[in-house]
Design a protein around this ligand. Structure first.
Ligand SMILES: [Zn+2]
Length: 403
């Protein structure tokens, strides 16, 4: 790791020197052309092209502790599903790398105070070629438009004092009752109303809106779901635009308090086709996403491993969660089993405990503004999952069971 970091630093120094030399060359050229221009009016001034030296997202594929393993197979991240020509796919635009560079935060520091976040980037945004930040936040800036970090996607609740909930297939935005709920993208309302479970008829989701977006991704339909709302301002069949008011935050269904439960479903409007919304919602300005895959020597995902993310210049962990529960779906492109969304750009230490107290991995990671940094951490042993524990029945206390 040290060697790698050293190489990277050298590379950055070289890049800076190269950039400096280039700037000097450009300056001299401009000066020469100016002098020539004094004698002849026919030479056009040169066009300065901004230098792009934003490093690409990390794709290191080896363990960094004493345990190292052979590199994983690569080339499995970008699939080549043909898209029907009739359905548009958004082209990622938003900010230029040079603009992102200006937002670079070298030291992450502690998280900003609760309740404050920068405005999100415009969508669609794809600074990294595998990014697909095509959805806007479903709540306005000024409300709490970032998710509840102790109940992450693919995890149960991460607070030991609380009873087991369900494995989360979405993310939650606690807000005051009546806070506007906005369409994350344009499309057609395919469902609006109470949403009883097809399994037992219980209205867990409460008043719910589902939008089928008017674009596809990887040849697949994309849906967003908005649950537990107070009131609905749309009905089935309505065409909605991104940012349009569709509902108000509420407590309908089985909840412990007012919040928006938000899901992204890819392929079909089905509970089992949910994906991590953090890979779809554009980050806040100057913030980014850390996603990754924790696997054993056979590239099998290791579930429920403890993850801790700590800024390098601070001792306190800013985020804790676990790798996805085995039944939770990963993104088609990233094939991740963990995501830390909404993290200020900067340098961090990622610690993964395989949950046996023996295999603990650490890696320094860099989060870049407006894009996803991806890490693959591999063990050198074979992971044998423990049998799925029988869930404790806490029906009365379960704030948010889902169908
Ligand atoms: Zn939820």
């Amino acid at each position: 790791m040290k060697n790698q970091a050293g190489t990277k630093n050298l590379l950055e120094v070289d890049l800076r020197r190269l950039k400096k030399n280039l700037c000097q060359s450009v300056l001299i050229t401009v000066l020469l052309l100016f002098l020539i221009g004094c004698s002849s009016e026919e030479i056009a001034p040169p066009t300065l092209v901004p230098l792009l030296d934003l490093p690409p997202a990390q794709q290191t594929e080896f363990a960094v502790t004493a345990e190292s393993s052979p590199p994983l197979m690569d080339g499995e991240r970008t699939s080549n599903v043909n898209r029907p020509a009739s359905v548009p796919t958004p082209v990622g635009v938003g900010i230029r790398p040079s603009e992102a560079e200006q937002l670079w935060v070298p030291d992450a520091g502690p998280e900003p105070p609760e309740g404050w976040r920068p405005p999100p980037y415009d969508v669609p945004l794809s600074l990294h070629y595998d990014d697909h930040y095509w959805l806007a936040r479903p709540l306005p800036s000024g409300s709490r438009n970032y998710d509840l970090e102790w109940y992450p996607y693919g995890n149960d609740v991460q607070l030991p004092e609380l009873p087991a909930y369900r494995i989360h297939h979405g993310i939650d935005f606690p807000n005051q009752t009546g806070t506007p709920v906005l369409a994350a993208g344009s499309g057609t309302v395919v469902f609006a109303g109470p949403f009883p479970s097809p399994l037992d008829g219980v209205n867990y989701y409460g008043n719910t809106v589902v939008i089928q977006h008017d674009w596809q991704w990887q040849g697949l339909d994309v849906f967003t779901l908005y649950a537990h709302t107070l009131e609905l301002f749309v009905q089935e069949g309505d065409i909605v635009q991104q940012g349009q008011l569709i509902a108000g935050v509420g407590s309908s269904g089985e909840v412990s308090g007012p919040h928006l439960h938000f899901e992204v479903r890819v392929g079909s409007n089905n509970y089992n086709d949910a994906r991590n919304p953090a890979l779809w919602l554009a980050p806040f300005e100057g913030w980014g996403t850390l996603a990754g895959r924790f696997v054993d020597k056979n590239s099998q995902m290791i579930s429920s491993a403890s993850l801790t993310l700590t800024p390098l210049d601070v001792d306190t962990a800013v985020r804790k969660q676990r790798t996805y529960y085995p039944t939770v779906r990963s993104d088609q492109v990233w094939r991740e089993n963990f995501v830390f969304g909404d993290v200020p750009a900067g340098h961090y230490r990622l610690t993964i405990d395989a949950n046996d107290g023996v295999h603990i991995y650490q890696r320094e990671v860099t989060i870049f503004p407006g894009q996803t940094s991806f890490e693959i951490i591999s063990t050198n042993f074979e992971f044998v999952p423990t049998p799925t524990p029988v869930p404790v029945e806490t029906v009365a206390a379960t704030p948010e069971p889902e169908n």
